[in-house]
Design a binder for this molecule. Structure first.
Ligand SMILES: C[S@@+](CC[C@H](N)C(=O)[O-])C[C@H]1O[C@@H](n2cnc3c(N)ncnc32)[C@H](O)[C@@H]1O
Length: 213
């Protein structure tokens, strides 16, 4: 489903600061070597993630869903000295490749990839997070949100990607795919949760920005 005027994303990209060479390299790798390159955040959303990180200046960041490392590099931009970004993915091969990219970006000391099923990894983490980015399997978004929210500091931030799910959320429920229904349920879950305030940003595939009260 075409959500935005054709050319709008390209227009936004044209007037957005160009991506760093390492991010262009990751983009080229992702397009050449992964079956679903569209999962990557990309130029405009990546720059937004970078700006959000620079505004927050987080000490501890958690990302659920590393893929090829694009968003992790963007989210690490504002880390405080001594800060750490933990990024989880179940794909060992992707993580091996990401480590090379993080090294090239000079971020190997501050980005810690943890390989495994996110729900298992989350239960073993003991940090208070300033910023969390949920971007893995859509069916588990509510479980990830519920698992991490207690570990987010009061006044801390969460982001969840793909909350428009290619526009499928606008379709009647019986015409939605399983992940689209899961996203619809996640959006409703967050909207009904008094512990956070939130705004659904209509950037790319939709980005939910939440603040823990
Ligand atoms: C949309 S991609 C992440 C994109 C990346 N955050 C970015 O913006 O460039 C989703 C990733 O989540 C991972 N994933 C899916 N289900 C998972 C699970 N249950 N546990 C850990 N990782 C999972 C996939 O292997 C995939 O790399």
């Amino acid at each position: 489903m075409e959500l935005f005027t054709p050319g709008l994303e390209a227009y936004a990209g044209h007037f957005t600061t160009p991506e760093m060479p390492i991010l262009s390299e990751i983009t080229a790798f992702t397009q050449a070597h992964t079956p679903r390159p569209g999962m990557m955040s990309g130029h405009v959303q990546g720059m937004l993630l970078r700006m959000i990180s620079l505004m927050i200046r987080p000490k501890y960041v958690l990302e659920i869903g590393t893929f090829t490392g694009y968003s992790a590099i963007c989210l690490a931009a504002g880390l405080q000295p001594g800060g750490l970004l933990i990024t989880i993915d179940r794909d060992e091969q992707l993580h091996a490749q990401c480590k090379t990219f993080f090294q090239q970006a000079g971020l190997a000391d501050v980005i810690r990839p943890i390989t495994g099923n996110a729900r298992d990894v989350l239960s073993g983490l003991d940090y208070t997070f300033d910023l969390v980015f949920i971007d893995a399997d859509k069916e588990n978004y509510i479980a990830y949100y519920e698992a991490v929210l207690p570990s987010v500091r009061a006044g801390g931030w969460l982001l969840a990607d793909n909350v428009l799910f290619h526009g499928e959320v606008l379709q009647p429920e019986d015409r939605q795919s399983k992940p689209a229904r899961a996203i619809q349920a996640f959006n409703a879950h967050v909207a009904a949760d008094d512990r956070v305030e939130q705004v659904l940003l209509t950037i790319r595939d939709g980005l939910m920005l939440m603040r823990k009260k």
